[in-house]
Ligand binder design. Structure first.
Ligand SMILES: Nc1ncnc2c1ncn2[C@@H]1O[C@H](COP(=O)(O)OP(=O)(O)OP(=O)(O)O)[C@@H](O)[C@H]1O
Ligand SMILES: [Mg+2]
Length: 425
């Protein structure tokens, strides 16, 4: 073994660039907190070092997978929650769980202005590619790929020849299945055929849809209908969604039976214990501790929201000279963490809004942090409610606000009201 391999990991991973907030040549003592080993991961879809407080959802999904694999009737799952609570991360974890069971998996992120035909085709292509090497009858796979290609080619842009996109499938497109142009019929046929391939292998297929509230209305309807058909035939294919809190109402507005298709799991901020574990466990791996007062202050700041837990934890770690990380370290780091959030988490979203939409949100923020009546927003702005509908609808489309219930409106971003109140109008 070389000397390098024998050196303690912390010395080996010493940063090349000195952290200027620290003495220029800090002694690398055993109790120092090395920024290079900072475990926290603030960022959209960033896998957290510890997935805290989601045991119930993980268990529920385990049951879904097991029941579907056994051909039992089972509702699929849809995760909902505010921005930054960990929906994407949970969806990705579900995907890993399905892969571990040797299922075929594919994932899409819905966009408001895009049909799901092409992304679904690409995702199922991925799923089948995962299964193909284990399948004993290559002609069954080819047959399915032919249907998949035919399905994909019915994409409006591909059909018109206005796009150079091709599904990347070598086999010729088949005819007469999943290619009618009616998405509901085509999805149903495609799902049935895909699940038949999975059945051959005694596994299932899971199609994950992130930002599901952005699926266009006609496509939601087709998707629900296809899932409904499939649930009746017991085919082992499930659609697992994630989206903003109003996703259940988007689905039920499209098909009244959607409540029977999906089990909704609303995820929220972490409770105190889970928020502490999200910080403590990854730190312990690196032999770093927090004092109780530091944890109290971090919880006060992050309010249990996973994105904030990661963001405040990351800066506290970076600025702490040694373990344990103390209340003083947290106090020093909080303004910097807030600045980073103001730019990266809040600011990037605020910038998406037009001046009229910003006025609307400022009015909401002034009224309070609970869901607010739209009539009250109109009153505050001295406008007729109907004249504000375009701003409100466009903010909903941009995913910045959602209709909590009829006549009420709320921010999708936690602490957004507080951020807005601190902005010059
Ligand atoms: N259970 C958890 N424990 C600790 N940290 C978490 C947990 N879930 C998510 N995080 C962290 O929170 C942040 C946000 O996660 P994610 O992007 O999955 O949220 P989201 O709900 O999908 O947000 P958005 O609505 O903006 O897409 C990431 O930095 C992630 O590491
Ligand atoms: Mg997400």
């Amino acid at each position: 073994m070389t000397a390098l391999a024998l050196a303690p990991a912390r010395t080996r991973r010493r940063p090349f660039f000195p952290n200027l907030r620290r003495p220029l040549y800090p002694a690398i003592e055993s109790e120092s907190v090395d920024p290079v080993r900072n475990p926290y991961a603030p960022g959209a879809g960033q896998r957290p070092p510890e997935l805290a407080g989601r045991d119930r959802e993980l268990q529920q999904f385990e049951v879904v997978l097991e029941r579907v694999a056994r051909g039992r009737p089972e509702r699929s799952m849809v995760i909902t929650g505010l921005r930054g609570v960990g929906k994407t991360v949970l969806l990705n974890t579900f995907k890993s769980m399905a892969i571990q069971r040797l299922w075929g998996t594919g994932k899409i992120e819905a966009r408001p202005d895009q049909s799901i035909r092409r992304p679904v085709a690409a995702a199922l292509h991925m799923a089948i590619r995962e299964l193909a090497p284990r399948h004993r009858a290559p002609e069954r796979i080819e047959e399915f790929l032919g249907v998949l290609k035919a399905f994909a080619m019915r994409d409006p842009a591909a059909a018109k020849g206005t796009s150079h996109w091709s599904p990347g499938i070598e086999v010729p497109a088949s005819r007469g299945r999943a290619d009618s142009g009616d998405l509901e019929i085509d999805l149903t046929e495609l799902f049935v055929d895909a699940s038949a391939v999975a059945t051959d292998l005694g596994v299932g297929i899971a199609l994950f849809i992130d930002e599901m509230q952005d699926v266009q209305a006609a496509d939601v309807s087709a998707l629900c209908a296809a899932c409904h058909e499939l649930s009746q035939s017991g085919g082992p294919l499930i659609v697992v969604g994630a989206g903003l809190p109003h996703l259940p109402s988007v689905l039920s507005a499209s098909k009244s039976y959607s409540e029977r298709l999906f089990r909704y799991a609303r995820i929220d901020k972490l409770d105190r214990e889970a928020a502490d574990l999200a910080l403590i466990l990854p730190a312990r791996e690196e032999e770093v501790e927090f004092t109780q007062e530091a944890l109290d202050a971090l919880y006060d700041a992050a309010d249990g929201y996973p994105y904030f837990v990661q963001a405040y934890g990351k800066v506290a770690w970076d600025l702490a000279p040694r373990t344990p990380i103390t209340l003083d370290d947290v106090k020093v780091s909080t303004p910097e963490a807030e600045e980073e959030l103001a730019v990266g988490f809040f600011g990037s979203r605020y910038e998406r809004a037009t001046p009229a939409e910003r006025d609307y949100m400022h009015a909401m923020a002034e009224i309070g942090d609970e869901p607010v009546p739209t009539a009250e927003v109109a009153e505050a702005l001295g406008r007729k409610p109907s004249s504000l509908s375009p701003a409100r609808d466009s903010l909903i489309k941009k995913g910045l606000i959602y209709s909590a219930e009829r006549g009420l409106i709320a921010f999708t971003v936690p602490h957004f009201g507080r951020f807005l109140r601190a902005q010059p109008v």
